[in-house]
Design a protein around this ligand. Sequence first.
Ligand SMILES: Nc1ncnc2c1ncn2[C@@H]1O[C@H](COP(=O)(O)OP(=O)(O)OP(=O)(O)O)[C@@H](O)[C@H]1O
Ligand SMILES: [Mg+2]
Length: 86
Amino acid sequence: MKNIITIKKLNKFYHGDVHALNNIDLEVKEGEFVILLGLSGSGKSTLLRCLNRLIEPTSGEMYFYDKNIIAAKGRELREIRRHNSI
Ligand SMILES: Nc1ncnc2c1ncn2[C@@H]1O[C@H](COP(=O)(O)OP(=O)(O)OP(=O)(O)O)[C@@H](O)[C@H]1O
Ligand SMILES: [Mg+2]
C-alpha cells in the first residue's frame, strides 16, 4: 500500500525553547485507520497543525502522497488541505 502521509524527523520548537515535537517519524498508508493518542501536552495538536500548515515545523519533512507539504504554496497547499483528512 502507498503512503498517504509520510513524516520524517519532524521537530517543532515553540519560542526556541519548548521542544513540542522531537524527531517524529510517521507513515500512514492507504486503508489504515490511525488514532493519535497521547498525554495532554505530548504534541498531538502541534503535529496536526504542522500537517495542515497552520504552524510551521522547525525542521523535518512531510509528504501527502509524493507532494512536499512544507514546500507547497497557494493552490497546491489548498488542494492538499482539501484531501488531507487526518
Ligand atoms: N502556541 C504555543 N506556544 C508555546 N508552547 C506551546 C504552544 N502550543 C503548544 N505548546 C506546548 O507544546 C507542547 C505540546 O502541546 P500540544 O498542544 O501540541 O499538546 P496536545 O497533545 O495537543 O495536548 P492536549 O491533549 O492537552 O490537547 C506542550 O508543552 C505545550 O505547552
Ligand atoms: Mg491538543
